[in-house]
Write a protein that binds this ligand. Structure first.
Ligand code: HEC
Length: 138
C-alpha cells in the first residue's frame, strides 16, 4: 500500500503545472528571512516560532488573503481578499517579491499600500513550496 501511494504521489508531481516549481527544503532556509515577522503555528503547535509583526502563515496556501482572525491587516490586503484573492504558490511568490506593487496590480489602484515592508529578492517559489507543505492534510 505504501508503495502504491508513492507511485500515485509521483504521478501527481509530474502532472502538476510547470510554473512555481519551488524547492520546499530551500524554502525552509529562505523562511529565516520571514520569521522576524511571521510565526507558523497550527493552533497550540508552533512549527516556526517567529515574530508577531505579520500574520501566522500556517495553511496560507489555499487561504483567502487577509483573513487570519488574530491579525490586523492593512485595508488593501483585505480588499484583495474580498475581491477574491486566494493564495496559491504563484501569487504568494509574486507578493513576497514586492507586496506593494503586487497590491497595486491586483487592485488596479496605484495608491495601494502594504503593511509588509519586506521584499524578497529571490527564492519566492521555494518559500511558497515550503509554506504549501505546512497545511492541514486534506
Ligand atoms: C518586516 C516584517 C515582515 C517580514 C520580514 C515579512 N513579512 Fe510577510 N507580512 C508582514 C505584514 C505586516 C503583513 C500584513 C500585510 C498587510 O496587512 O498589508 C504580511 C503579510 C504576509 C502575507 C499575507 C498573509 C495573509 O494572511 O494574507 C504573506 C503570504 C506573507 N506576509 C509572506 C511572507 C514571507 C514568505 C516572508 C519572507 C520571505 C515575509 N512575509 C516576510 C510583515 C513581514
Amino acid at each position: 500500500m505504501k508503495k502504491l501511494l508513492t507511485i500515485a504521489a509521483t504521478t501527481l508531481a509530474f502532472a502538476a503545472p510547470a510554473f512555481a516549481e519551488g524547492d520546499a527544503a530551500a524554502g525552509e532556509k529562505t523562511f529565516k528571512k520571514c520569521k522576524s515577522c511571521h510565526t507558523i503555528a497550527n493552533g497550540e503547535d508552533t512549527i516556526v516560532k517567529g515574530g508577531k509583526t505579520g500574520p501566522n502563515l500556517y495553511g496560507i496556501i489555499g487561504k483567502t488573503a487577509g483573513t487570519d482572525e488574530g491579525f490586523k491587516y492593512g485595508k488593501d490586503l483585505v480588499a484583495a481578499g474580498e475581491a477574491g484573492l486566494v493564495w496559491d504558490e504563484a501569487s504568494l511568490a509574486n507578493y513576497v517579491a514586492d507586496p506593494k506593487d503586487f497590491l497595486k496590480e491586483t487592485l488596479g489602484d496605484s495608491g495601494a499600500k502594504s503593511k509588509m515592508s519586506f521584499k524578497l529578492k529571490k527564492g519566492g517559489d521555494d518559500v511558497a513550496a515550503y509554506l504549501a507543505s505546512l497545511a492541514p492534510a486534506e
